[in-house]
Structures are given as C-alpha cells and as structure tokens.
Write a protein of this length. Sequence first.
Length: 218
Amino acid sequence: PEAQARDSTACLPRLRFGLVVLVSLLLASCTREASDPDPTSPDPGYESFAVTDFALTDQNGEPADATILDGRYTVLDFFFTNCPIYCPAMSQVMLHVQRETEGSGVRFLSISVDGEHDTPEVIAAYAEELGADPDRWRFLTGDPEHVRSIAEGQLYLGITYDPTRPVTLGDGSSMDFIDHPTRLVLIGPDRRVLGTYSYARKDEVDLLIERIRRLHTP
C-alpha cells in the first residue's frame, strides 16, 4: 500500500504539468480566435472606404461600371502598360495571387492610369501576354482624370501626372511621369474596401492570399 501511495504521489506533478499544458493550449487557441480578424470586415481605418461608381471600358471594348464589383470579392490595382518601374513586378504579383487562389471565386481588376495610350486593344494584348485568366481578371481603361477621381476620391490613393519629369521608354520615345498607387486593394461584394496590401512585401501578399482563402472556405 505504501508503494502504491508513493506511485500515486509521484504521478501528481506529471498530472498537474499535463493540466497546465492543456489549459495553456486552450487559452492560446481562444486568444488566436479572438484576435483573428473577420476576413469579411474592413481593416481598421478602412471602414468608410468604398467604390461608388465609375464608367470605363474593358479590354474587349465593352463598357464597365462599378456594378462589376457587386456580389463578389475583387483585388484591384492601378497600372499602365508602358510603366518602366513598378507595374511589371506588380502585375506578376497579381498573377501569383490569381494562381494561388484558383477556385476561390475572387476576381481581379486592373485599371490603367494612362488611358491616352492604353486603348482596349493595347490592354488586351498586355493581359494576354501576362497570362491573365479572362474569366477572373478584367483590365479597364478610360479618361485619365476620371481614373484619378476613382483613385483619389473613392479609394484615397493618389495619382500624379508630371510633364516636367519625362520618362524614356524602351523604344526611345518619352512620356510624362505618372506616380500611381502600388498597393493591391481588396474590395468586398458591397464595394467596401476591406484592406490594401503592398505588392513589394511578401508577408503582405501572403496575408492577402490567406485572407482570400479564408473568405471562400466552406
């Protein structure tokens, strides 16, 4: 009996330790769930951001307005086909997100900030060369000032057209410098902005991909 009592007493520290570990794991799980934001809710600071309306033309020459955002999640960016700096890399990141979220139902929208050059035919060729999925990814173009009003007036993202800083293109010609947004914008099915992500930061791109997957997890 004394041996049995000693064995029972020896087990108590291990039982207590096991209970402590179990409680710690449960608390950690609850903390993660409590701190894990709802992927369908706007990030802090974006509660009032929304796309209200626009009138542009897609790569097929068809008119497009803000109703194309209704009822679906959309990743939006701004680009132009002659962009020598950010756009090639940003478009590749958009392509990466498209591939990583196959089957999610999320759509992609790229709006040109250089409508004078980027005709529907030009952006169609750009989309095809890029490998964009035409069923999920639309490219839009239109009047540059109207595009700026979308970026600045609805998304609070700046666009600057600066003719005093000409940019030399690959064919030797030049164009005005265009400073445009380089963040990927996640928009909800009610046109509200849910968050923005830097294309140049892998951690933010990974967060966007994970958020999209969570949005469409059964």
